[in-house]
Design a protein around this ligand. Sequence first.
Ligand SMILES: C[S@@+](CC[C@H](N)C(=O)[O-])C[C@H]1O[C@@H](n2cnc3c(N)ncnc32)[C@H](O)[C@@H]1O
Length: 237
Amino acid sequence: MSERVREGHRGTGPGAITPDGCAVELYERLPVGDEPDVIARAVPARARVLELGSGVGRMTHPLIERGFTVTAVDESPRMLERVRGARTVCGPIEELELDERFDVVLLASFLIHTGDLRVRGRLLRACRQHVADDGCVLIQRESEDRHENLPQERKITGGIVRVVSSEPVRPGVRSVHVEYLFPDARWTQTFLSRPLTADAFEAALAEAGLAVDAYLTEDRTWVRALPVPGRSPAAPG
Ligand SMILES: C[S@@+](CC[C@H](N)C(=O)[O-])C[C@H]1O[C@@H](n2cnc3c(N)ncnc32)[C@H](O)[C@@H]1O
C-alpha cells in the first residue's frame, strides 16, 4: 500500500512506499553505516535529539543504545510504527511546531537537497526553531561527486545498491534513480535532488539563522551548524 506521493518522487517494490518514494521494508533491512558514531562524536553525551525523517529507526535505535533520548519525526506512519524506544511524531517536517527545543536537531539522509526551494526553507526553519540556544543542528549533505560517473554500485549486507542515473529535469534540479537488489526482492526509488555547492549550502543555512560550525567528516558530508543568536527563523514562505 502506498501513501500520498511528493512530486517527482516514486518508489516500487514490496510493501508500503512513503510519499518520497522510500520502501518501508527496504529500510527495515538496510544496514546502518557509521552515522551513529559520527553523530555521537559531534554532540554532548546523553543529549536530547530531534531526528527529522527517522524512517524505521535505522539511526534512531543505535542512538538510543548510545544513551541519547530521541524524538523521531516522519510523515510516514508506516515507517514510524517500526520505531522502538523513541517518542514519535507523525507529520511533515515543514509543518513541525513542537513547543520545545532540543540539544541536537538531526536532518540526515540528504533531505536538505529537496528539489523544492520552499520545502528546503521550511526544513531549515524547523531545524532553527527546534534547536536550543546552546544546541546544534547536524546535517548530512551529498558528496561533491554524488551525481557523477553513474551508474555506480556498492555491496551492502545481502544485496546491492545501484545509483542508476541522475538526469537534469529543471534548472538546478536532477531526477535520481536508485535500485536496491536482493536475492528475494527488488526496490527502486526515484527522487528529486538539488545539488548544493558548499557556498550555496552555507547561504541556505544563513537564510534560516544557522551557521556552519564544523565539517565533521573528511568528505564534508556531515556538518554541525549552530543557531545564530538573535536570528529567529523567518515565517514560513
Ligand atoms: C531516505 S529515508 C531515510 C530514513 C532514515 N533517516 C534512515 O537513514 O534510515 C527518508 C525518510 O524521511 C521521511 N521524509 C522525507 N521527507 C519528509 C518530510 N518533508 N517530512 C517528514 N518526513 C519526511 C520519509 O518518509 C522517509 O522515512
